[in-house]
Design a protein around this ligand. Structure first.
Ligand code: HBI
Ligand code: FE
Length: 285
């Protein structure tokens, strides 16, 4: 599974799957990978990532050089929004993941990709998890949204609605865009941590881009192995938090009563269409 990391392998995870970071054990080569990725993305993200993302990087000083030390960033993050980052070996079971989020703990991988894997990896590493996700956790409204998602996840699991709820995470936390007066901006962690998808998500004429609608998102499948064919655009982070804090019971009932699901590329008459994509990337034409 994934990339081998001796500092993970030597530990027995706790009951909540956490391990110690043992920051002093990262090699120079590993710190170098962080720095290479960091500088590449910072360039790419000027005027593309939402302002609050850049602010979060600054508040936590994530560009100080090398892989961040949790003992340094956690006191700052806790002070700002009450969140902390914990280390986990690899992907953790859904209920463990949700339980951490519901308690304002963000589970991050410890390992970092190898120098010859800068652009592709199968599971989230510390660059994706900390550079991608943690800056937004400095923003109170987004911090609250992530906790509400974790709490919703625990409920969805008991109601058998995990698949639908996971789509919300995918289309917002991982691949979300936001409309700003100066133009579209990126806040999704899967995009900000990817050199290829950063310009693609905003500038390509291939993908569809539509406004946020919770039921629409929950009815729409996604692909994990290529750039997205559909991006969901929110108007504000408050919109996201409001949507998540409502009682999902009627929505889940509607999803059971009408089981129709939308294909990735079909637009619906009720969609707020920002761009009708050509899908040239997916079809190769
Ligand atoms: N575990 N470490 C880790 N990181 C994730 O992003 C993650 C996970 N386990 C489950 C999971 N994500 C997903 O189930 C959901 O968000 C739905
Ligand atoms: Fe992620």
């Amino acid at each position: 599974m994934g990339i081998s990391d001796p500092v993970i392998d030597e530990q027995t995870p706790a009951a909540d799957f956490t391990i110690e970071q043992r920051w002093e054990r990262y090699t120079d080569e590993e710190h170098q990978v962080w720095d290479t990725l960091y500088h590449r993305q910072i360039e790419m993200l000027q005027n593309r990532a939402v302002e609050e993302f850049h602010a979060g990087l600054g508040l936590l000083d994530l560009g100080a050089g090398g892989i961040p030390d949790l003992n340094v960033i956690n006191p700052k993050l806790r002070e700002l929004t009450g969140w902390t980052v914990v280390m986990v070996p690899h992907l953790v079971p859904d209920e463990v993941f949700f339980e951490h989020l519901a308690n304002r703990r963000f589970p991050s991988g410890r390992f970092i990709r190898k120098p010859d894997q800068l652009d592709y990896l199968e599971e989230p590493d510390i660059f994706h998890d900390i550079f991608g996700h943690v800056p937004m956790l400095t923003l109170p409204v987004f911090a609250d949204y992530m906790q509400a998602y974790g709490q919703g996840g625990l409920r969805a699991q008991s109601l058998g609605r995990l698949k639908e709820l996971a789509r919300l995470y995918w289309y917002t936390v991982e691949f979300g865009l936001i409309q700003r007066p100066e133009g579209l901006r990126i806040y999704g962690a899967g995009i900000v941590s990817s050199a290829g998808e950063t310009p693609f998500s905003l500038e390509s004429d291939s993908p569809n881009r539509i406004g946020f609608d919770l039921e629409r998102v929950m009815r729409t499948d996604y692909k994990i192995d290529d750039f997205q064919q559909l991006y969901i655009v929110i108007e504000s982070f408050q919109q996201l938090l409001d949507a998540t804090q409502q009682d999902f019971t009627p929505l889940y009932q509607a999803l059971s009563a009408d089981t129709s699901r939308y294909s990735l590329t079909d637009l619906q008459s009720t969609d707020t269409v920002l761009q009708r994509g050509t899908q040239s990337h997916a079809t190769g034409r």
